[in-house]
Design a protein around this ligand. Structure first.
Ligand code: TXA
Ligand code: MG
Length: 326
């Protein structure tokens, strides 16, 4: 494949990148840690395109990038501790996982259906200028295909599907990803060690718990708080049984209440998945039945998430026994 289009990150290139992002396109941009694959975080479609580009076998939640704490405030509930950490480390390589506000405009897909959202204000001047020009939160995983190392130079950003532009801001100063700290529980939990060290955080917070399994980041299906509909979920449904709300895909099920994609487009289906599950998860229905989804492309991640939602409740990992990390 040909390399993606690259531009030195001058003012004109940043303006173009901001316009592309606002238009729902994907742009790779430098942060002080690694290059991110950015998308308008408020657009389900743009966020779905990120998962398609990364070829992730499942939906890992993404970090919403903002210029500063003031821009994070409408997205998440920042308690005193979160405010103090943001004050101390932002802009910088610390990601905070916080409760989503009910009015949070960020795509549910970016949160992978969780009630939490990861937010970070990157320090790189190009990232800062870009985020201010976009004026919206930007969802950005590292700009590598799933399972490959994170790029720390613009030349390392490969030809990811749908990538419109790479903003070249030179090599990344830090080179490893941000520290991810979960503040949604009673005590802070280190989900991913990173550029802000545990020692530095513990000086401020006291002893910090580490996520199990060598601090590997938790996949949404492994998080105790992960979103599963409160109604039972039945897969591969061709028609609704009495009381069921049927979620369709293309014309694979009869008379659905909602359709993930009338035209059978998996990117559109991914974009709609969490919002539609939530919409159908209400009293009046006894279960959510979901049409068969093809097991290719983004369909693999959609089915992974649906199987977790449909698994027997009360077991770790949504009951599928999968403790591997993506
Ligand atoms: O340095 C970085 O953080 C880079 C640059 C681009 O900012 N980004 C990055 O994103 O490394 P990504 O998607 O490769 O890693 C984000 C990590 C994942 O381990 C993910 O599971 C975790 O953050 N994460 C995101 N949202 C979360 C949430 N709501 N709950 C728990 N973990 C979350
Ligand atoms: Mg990554």
């Amino acid at each position: 494949m040909s390399p993606p289009r690259r531009r030195p990150a001058d003012a004109a290139a940043i303006a173009e990148a901001a316009a592309l992002l606002r238009d729902g396109r994907l742009v790779a941009f430098p942060t002080e840690t690694v290059y991110g694959l950015g998308a308008d975080a408020t657009s389900d479609r743009a966020v779905a395109a990120v998962f398609a580009a990364k070829r992730r076998p499942r939906f890992n939640p993404l970090i919403a990038h903002v210029p500063d704490a003031a821009a994070a405030a409408p997205l998440v509930r920042m308690d005193h501790l979160a405010g103090a950490l943001a004050h101390a480390y932002w802009p910088g390589p610390l990601t905070l996982v916080l409760p989503r506000r009910a009015t949070c405009p960020v795509s549910l897909l970016a949160s992978a259906g969780l009630d939490s959202l990861a937010v970070r204000a990157p320090a790189h001047p190009v990232a800062q200028a870009l985020l201010r020009a976009v004026g919206r939160p930007v969802a950005a995983p590292s700009a590598n295909p799933s399972g490959r190392v994170s790029p720390t130079r613009a030349e390392h950003v490969g030809d990811l599907e749908g990538l419109a532009l790479v903003l070249d801001g030179g090599p990344c100063a830090v080179g490893i990803e941000s520290t991810v700290l979960d503040l949604t529980g009673p005590r802070p939990v280190l989900l991913r060690p990173g550029a802000v060290t545990r020692e530095a955080l513990e000086e401020r917070l006291g002893p910090i718990e580490t996520a199990a399994a060598g601090a590997a980041p938790k996949a949404p299906g492994q998080l105790a708080s992960h979103y599963a509909p409160s109604l039972p979920v039945r897969l591969n449904a061709r028609a609704a049984r009495p009381g069921e709300a049927l979620l369709g895909f293309a014309d694979r099920a009869e008379a659905p209440v909602l359709n993930l994609s009338d035209g059978g487009d998996l990117t559109e289906a991914a974009a709609n998945l969490f919002a539609m599950l939530r919409a159908l998860d209400r009293p009046g229905f006894t279960a959510i039945a979901v049409a068969p989804i093809p097991e290719d492309g983004l369909g693999v991640a959609i089915n992974d998430r649906l199987r977790r939602a449909a698994a027997p409740r009360g077991l770790p990992g949504g009951g599928d026994g999968d403790t591997s990390t993506p």
